[in-house]
Design a protein around this ligand. Structure first.
Ligand code: UDP
Ligand code: ZN
Ligand code: ZN
Ligand code: FE
Length: 341
């Protein structure tokens, strides 16, 4: 069978926590943090080998050169014990290069540019969801050294997975249970509640709301919730995508203002699975690793070893800092639709 990559490549089942692990030997050699000198060789800058055939581009989707998942993987190894279950690492790994510029963030790009990025996110979700072997399209953005990114050029990543990831599976269970009990959508209810009490809102435009949730796990976690009930980005119109772009620009600008530097963060899209029909409400989550401008919060023993999070501070207090930062940047970034608070 044709294998896209060299070395051991398979999914392994961890029977203790019942999760798939992606084993990808070839990923060990991906480039690690280009120095300023090596920058000329940034693989996502115009003129790079993968990009040089493109006349001009503003957002571009590339296959990941060191893919965690590939459409035609080799067969998994067999380990001679029913304890050790493996399966093909079948899926798709792509990189979305968001701008030809080597530096920046959503809020340093124009609203119309970020709207285009959102459109590409939507197209990726739709394209990959159609593949018969894909169960879930995980689309995320890692930013900053503190998060451990290997390349700083603004980009997001897509892992189209042959299974529903555990965190989303857990959310699906919760939506189902909540619907069973109340006959309503869990996030729709959170949105109405926060709109009424206004204790945790950071920003709101016509279509979206940014809140620091009651149930935040990271000190400055932010969730972007569509106000109308949509299950996936594919249900958003061109106008909705513009409002989403607006909310996202405000979120990243707020972080940078809060930390008074180019802020690191993890952004994840939580879409409905690619197959089936579940109760779900599309949303985006941002995890920002600092607990104050000088101190990082690390996920360590209690978090990694037990999956228990402690929250340093009080969400309803921390939200005030974010609101203030939001207020300060709104004028600066320009081209915004909503208001802070
Ligand atoms: N990459 C690529 N082409 C290259 C160099 C790197 O597609 O020429 C990929 C690499 O495999 C990695 C991604 O670009 O997955 C950069 O991702 P990021 O820094 O967000 O995090 P990582 O995946 O390295 O943890
Ligand atoms: Zn670059
Ligand atoms: Zn809903
Ligand atoms: Fe979520």
């Amino acid at each position: 069978m044709l294998s896209g990559v060299n070395g051991l490549h398979e999914l392994r089942w961890n029977p203790l926590i019942r999760q798939w692990i992606i084993v990808a030997a070839h990923r060990a050699v991906r480039p690690w943090r280009l120095t300023d000198k090596e920058r000329v060789s940034c693989p996502f800058c115009p003129g790079a080998p993968e990009l040089k055939d493109l006349a001009s581009w503003d957002v571009v989707v590339l296959p990941n050169k060191y893919p965690a998942l590939v459409p035609h993987p080799g067969s998994p190894a067999q380990y001679g014990s029913p304890l050790y279950v493996s399966r093909e690492a079948r899926g798709v790994s792509e990189v979305i290069v968001e701008t030809p510029m080597h530096e920046g963030d959503f809020h340093t790009l124009t609203l119309s540019h970020v709207s285009k990025v959102m459109k590409v996110f939507k197209e990726e979700f739709e394209k990959l969801s159609r593949l018969e072997y894909i169960e879930y399209v995980a689309l995320f953005r890692n930013k900053g050294r503190e998060i451990g990114v290997s390349l700083s050029h603004p980009h997001s990543q897509v892992y189209a997975l042959p299974f529903i990831p555990p965190r989303v599976a857990s959310e699906l269970e919760s939506f189902k249970e909540y619907y069973g009990k109340h006959g309503r959508c869990l996030i729709c209810d959170v949105v109405s509640h926060e709109q009424a009490v206004r204790e945790r809102t950071v920003y709101e435009n016509e279509g979206f709301m940014i809140i620091l949730p009651y149930y935040a796990m990271w000190p400055y976690e932010l969730h972007v919730y569509p106000k109308k009930h949509v299950k996936a980005i594919s249900e958003l119109s061109e106008e909705d995508l513009k409002l989403l772009a607006d909310a996202i620009r405000v979120a990243t600008a707020t972080y940078s203002r809060l930390l008074k530097k180019d802020a690191p963060y993890i952004m994840v899209m939580h879409n409905h699975p690619s197959k089936g029909d579940y109760h779900y409400h599309f949303h985006i989550e941002f995890y920002q690793p600092y607990r104050d401008p000088e101190k990082l919060k690390y996920a360590a023993g209690i978090e990694w070893g037990y999956w228990v999070f402690t929250y340093d501070g009080v969400p309803e207090e921390r939200v005030k800092e974010l609101r203030k930062a939001c207020d300060e940047i709104l004028e600066v970034i320009g081209d915004t639709f909503g208001k802070c608070a």
